[in-house]
Design a protein around this ligand. Structure first.
Ligand code: NAD
Length: 453
């Protein structure tokens, strides 16, 4: 008998669904399918691949409610956010439907005059996509859509906390494939708790060409090490520790709206969530008051699990023990579900863990600065480099923030920066590779140079 595992509803802690716990035979069969059907998929015209991706976009959009209900149930995020995530995830299929027909290339005479240089792109081949629980459709869509657009088959392994969303999405992809006689094995899903075994076995197999991972920096390091033996292509979307810098000339209404977007979406469980608010000393008191009001007025869902809730509570408790002041929140509520309240900490000792680790919860830490350069230096004092935010109505200060904040993505006077048409990704310990934008498809393509007379 196939074994199974349970998926919990974080709002209640009760079992929401039970799903097959796939093992080696299943993922090796998925790889064989990908290998078998990959070249036929790659051989389709870019226009055909584009049409299929557009149909997936339309189908996902039409079935937004059905998918959002699953996201809501297994991740706990409020239904409006779940619907927003479906729209965002579906958009990657539309965007890469448009990119599929615009793969880059060039042709020209060699400078020596002794021939011509043609540069084209070829799909890398079968891709393994491993995704986290915080955005059950969007994190996978960002990988599947460009891989398919480039001509690569995909095996997706969703997080075991939230696998049901992708089970549904892959079913929808297969429905669209069936209309075009595309074999289902071009996109497979593996639901499993045996994640380390899966990555070790698939990555050791010469048929796998690429691994694309979104998740924690620690697991990213393990996968990069594992990729070395076969020199596998890798993309790593890892953790963050985003700073949110508020200059003395900032418009605090705009700042607070941005802060809520950057801090409370998905209860703060976002890789680009603002972890550290770094505020000019002259604006800090007013900012904290406004932020506290706005945070308390926001509908915040549960965090994903009891383990995550307890981890957040420990970070906050440790900071308070070390001398930080609690402005609001800080106490785990009674009752069912994995909730943690909106929390603000001020006067935090510089070495407190909460300033150096990803919080992944609805907790805002506030520190202050006098000179903007010092605020930016504080913002940059992290090994991570995924996102950063800068707020100022002064043009020079805004320019200074845009130029000097060290991260793969910088939001200026904006707290919501994700866009399928923009390259998402980090530097430093936040990983490498980009998802979305015109850059995102390059991760699934190899450059091929053809020397011509
Ligand atoms: P995680 O690293 O624990 O797990 C991510 C995925 O990796 C899951 O599917 C898990 O089953 C799998 N996994 C774990 N160990 C594995 C192994 N040895 N081999 C193969 N697979 C393995 O991360 P999480 O807790 O699910 O997600 C939260 C993390 O993801 C945070 O650090 C967050 O910043 C990061 N994240 C980054 C981005 C980004 O774009 N940079 C986006 C969202 C989340």
């Amino acid at each position: 008998m196939t074994s199974t595992f349970d998926v919990l509803n974080p709002r209640t802690g009760a079992v929401y669904a039970t799903v097959d716990n796939h093992t080696s035979d299943d993922w090796m069969a998925a790889l064989s399918e990908a290998d078998q059907h990959g070249s036929a998929w790659a051989a389709l015209s870019p226009r055909t691949r584009s049409v299929i991706l557009s149909e997936i976009f339309l189908e996902l959009t039409e079935r937004t409610e059905e998918i959002a209900d699953i996201i809501h149930a297994e991740s706990g995020k409020p239904i409006a956010e779940a619907q927003g995530e479906v729209a965002y995830g579906a958009e990657y299929f539309r965007w890469f439907a448009e990119e599929a027909v615009r793969l880059p290339g060039r042709f020209g005479q060699a400078p020596s005059g002794g021939g011509h240089i043609a540069v084209t792109r070829i799909p890398v081949g079968p891709v393994l996509a491993i995704t986290p629980w915080n955005f059950p459709i969007a994190m996978a869509a960002r990988k599947i859509a460009p891989a398919l657009a480039a001509g690569c088959p995909v095996i997706v392994k969703p997080a075991s906390e939230t696998p049901m969303t992708m089970v549904k999405v892959v079913q929808i992809i297969h429905e669209v494939f069936a209309r075009h006689d595309i074999p289902a094995g071009v996109v497979s899903i593996i639901t499993t708790t045996h994640d380390a075994e899966l990555s070790a076995e698939l990555m050791a197999d010469p048929r796998l060409a690429k691994i694309t991972f979104t998740g924690s920096t620690n697991v990213g390091r393990i996968l990069v090490r594992q990729s070395a033996d076969r020199l596998l292509r890798t993309s790593m979307e890892l953790g963050g520790n985003a700073a949110f810098v508020v200059d003395q000339h900032a418009d605090l209404n705009q700042v607070v709206a941005g802060a809520i977007a950057a801090k409370l979406r998905n209860a703060g469980q976002v890789c680009i969530a603002a972890n550290r608010f770094i505020v000019h000393e002259s604006r800090a008191t007013e900012f904290v008051e406004l932020l506290a009001k706005a945070m308390q007025a926001t509908d915040i869902g549960p965090v994903i699990s009891a383990r995550q809730r307890d981890r957040i509570a420990q970070l906050v408790d440790a900071a308070v023990t070390e001398g930080a002041d609690l402005v609001i929140g800080g106490t785990v509520p009674e009752g069912e579900g994995f909730y943690y309240p909106a929390t603000i900490l001020t006067n935090i000792p510089a070495e407190a863990r909460i300033l150096h680790e990803e919080i992944f919860g609805p907790v805002a830490t506030i520190t202050t600065f006098t000179e903007l350069a010092d605020g930016v230096a504080l913002a940059n004092s992290t090994e991570f480099g995924l996102a950063a935010y800068g707020f100022s109505t002064d043009t020079d200060a805004a320019h200074y923030l845009a130029t000097n904040l060290r991260a793969g993505m910088v939001g200026i006077n904006r707290g919501a920066i994700s866009d399928p048409a923009a390259p998402f990704g980090g530097i430093g310990q936040s990983g490498f590779g980009r998802e979305g934008g015109t850059e995102g498809i390059e991760e699934y393509l190899a450059v091929k140079y053809i020397a011509l007379p």
